[in-house]
Each structure stands twice: as C-alpha cells, then as structure tokens.
Design a protein around this ligand. Structure first.
Ligand code: FE2
Ligand code: FE2
Length: 208
C-alpha cells in the first residue's frame, strides 16, 4: 500500500473508532462479578470515571494509528499491531461498562481522537526512536492514572475494578514492548507537558 492508500485505511479506522461499537475477543474482565447496588450519585461518578478511561482508549487508538502511519519499519508496525488490538478491547470494555452504569461516552470523542492522532503523527516525524519513546511514556502515565482510578472507584464495584486491573496489566506490557522496539526515554519537560495535557483531558472528560 502506498501512503495515500494507508491514509484512507486509517481514516476509515478512525471513523469506526469514534462512531461504532468496539469488539472484544477476550471475555470482558469482571463480567462474572455481580452488579452491586450504587446510589444514583455514586453511579454517575463511576460512569464519569469510566468515561475518562474510555477517552484514554480513544486516544490510544489514535496514537497507535499515528505510529502505523509514520513508522518506516514494517517490523515495528507489525509488533505494535498486537498492542493496538488490545487497545480496541479496552475500548470495548470501558464502553460496555459505561452503558451498564447508565452513563454516556464523551461528546468530544471526535476532538480527542483528532488531537491524539495529530500528536501521534507529529511524534512520528521525529522517527521511531522518539515516537516509540512517546508511546512508552504514554503507557506509563496511563498505568499511573489507572492506579489512581482504582483508588477512586467504589471498592464494591468489582465489575469496573477488574476492567481497570486488566487494562493496567496490558498497558505495562505495551510500555515494555515500545521500549524493547527501541523507544528512548523522553526529556523531563516533555513528560511534564504530557502529564499536564492528560490532566486537562481527564478534568474535561469527567464532565463532558
Ligand atoms: Fe488501553
Ligand atoms: Fe496500552
């Protein structure tokens, strides 16, 4: 495929990511756990937390697609396909959990997606070493963020809890993959900037 063919394929993927339902091959973690009683207020809070995680997964889709578009190495693209596939499952799990809790997905998803894709493509311009470094750092920050959400979730809500736990296991693996493929550690100011933009994203997605 040449560059413009790939662009069309990725554009189609983007539309599907934002507007259609994601599918999971693995069973949804926590699916065997009973649904517990939560007050309407608590349910809204949990659904909002899951919406943030869903937005994170929308962004992950875009970042991996940006990588696929810009990486010059077919080996790297192939190795990252597996991680990208797991990100699609995360998307499906969080989406399903939001629905169960009676919440809704972020209205800004097309915007989150476009923003993350832009960042992914920009990172790709710096070459695989930095692009993969960016991917690894993103995954590490997501891991830290999931830890904080595991603390904020109502402890009895095992259905939500187990989804985040499995996502964390996967994100750790994704970070390791990106480093193994040659990702370089990012300069501290870049990491700080990433944390800052993630904070803006989580605050906004909690509400919208
Ligand atoms: Fe993920
Ligand atoms: Fe990941």
């Amino acid at each position: 495929m040449n560059w413009s063919d790939r662009l069309i394929v990725e554009f189609d993927k983007g539309l599907r990511t934002v507007f259609s339902e994601a599918r999971s091959v693995r069973p949804v973690p926590g699916a065997q756990q009973p649904e517990v009683e939560q007050s309407p207020e608590q349910r809204r809070h949990t659904a909002a937390l899951m919406r943030i995680n869903h937005v994170g997964e929308i962004c992950a889709q875009a970042l991996y697609q940006g990588q696929a578009l810009t990486s010059r190495s077919p080996e790297i693209r192939a190795s990252l396909e597996e991680a990208a596939h797991e990100e699609t499952e995360h998307l499906a799990w969080t989406e399903q959990r939001i629905r169960e809790l009676g919440g809704r997905k972020s209205l800004l998803n097309p915007l989150w997606y476009a923003g993350a894709l832009g960042i992914g493509i920009l990172a790709g311009k710096f070459g695989d070493k930095w692009n993969l470094g960016f991917l690894a750092e993103t995954e590490r920050q997501v891991e830290a963020h999931l830890d904080s959400h595991l603390e904020k979730l109502p402890a009895q809500d095992r259905r939500s809890w187990e989804i985040l736990e499995q996502m964390k296991v996967d994100e750790v693996k994704h970070a390791e993959t990106a480093v193994r493929l040659g990702g370089a550690p990012l300069p501290e100011p870049v990491k700080r900037l990433m944390r800052l933009s993630a904070k803006v994203m989580t605050r906004t997605a909690y509400r919208i």
